[in-house]
Design a binder for this molecule. Structure first.
Ligand code: FES
Length: 232
């Protein structure tokens, strides 16, 4: 697979297709990495067609743009929510704990990522020397992970995430960071919410439960015991 560009950035589609042709492939498929159709996808199609004509021994075709995908809408909803609640954080889309990156493959995974976050928090346990050893951020007292993977999302996780973020932002008591996570391995019992370092996992959480998790657990250290939960 070769990445290429249709605007002014190099390598251009034309350059890339000619480079690919040197390997004498039987076929080439050009896939527009774009959300929708438009002028640029038209240029990509034209580029693939010209290449097809110029190199008769290579079958060249152009695919469709990405189009609407529930996962993209999910990301869009998340960004919108962050902007709306003034809780913009560093994007996790390229975090090595969520995305398989070369050399860091073993770091990927929901629960493992949480354990790493916990270890990282330990590194900040002694904040007295923070002036001597400054760090770009303070570790929050609690990390709330909301599974927004497919099954939990279908069960209402986006609304839970939104309510948690709103409540945490409005609370004057709690010091928590609320983040999305990939599948926590409890599909069907969701939406699943995990609170660390306490190791409390709540199941079948709805938006009202989310509010109670903040006002009771995060604000006052009282686990919401009537909610389906388990200690891990
Ligand atoms: S989808 Fe949420 S736990 Fe699997």
């Amino acid at each position: 697979m070769e990445a290429t560009f249709v605007g002014v950035t190099e390598p251009t589609l034309d350059e890339t297709l000619h480079d690919v042709a040197k390997h004498r492939p039987d076929g080439v498929v050009v896939v527009p990495y774009m959300l929708g159709d438009g002028v640029l996808t038209g240029r990509i199609r034209d580029g693939a067609a010209e290449f097809d004509e110029e190199y008769p021994y290579v079958d060249a075709a152009c695919g469709d743009p990405l189009g609407t995908d529930a996962r993209l809408l999910d990301v869009l909803g998340d960004r919108w929510q962050e902007a709306r609640t003034d809780s913009v954080e560093m994007s996790c889309d390229t975090c090595k704990y969520k995305v398989e990156l070369d050399g860091y493959e073993s770091d990927v995974g929901g629960a493992k990522a949480m354990l790493r976050a916990l270890t990282h928090q330990e590194a900040h346990a002694d904040r007295e020397d923070v002036a001597d050893d400054p760090h770009t951020h303070d570790a929050p007292a609690k990390h709330v992970a909301v599974c927004t993977n497919q099954t939990c999302a279908a069960d209402g996780a986006p609304a839970v995430l939104e309510r948690l973020r709103q409540q945490v932002r409005d609370s004057e008591e709690c010091d928590a960071r609320v983040t999305r996570t990939s599948c926590l391995g409890q599909c069907g019992d969701g939406p699943n919410v995990a609170v660390y370092p306490d190791g409390v996992w709540y199941q079948r959480v709805d938006a009202d439960d989310a509010e109670r998790i903040v006002t009771s657990h995060l604000d006052r250290e009282r686990i919401v015991s009537d909610l389906d939960s388990q200690l891990l």
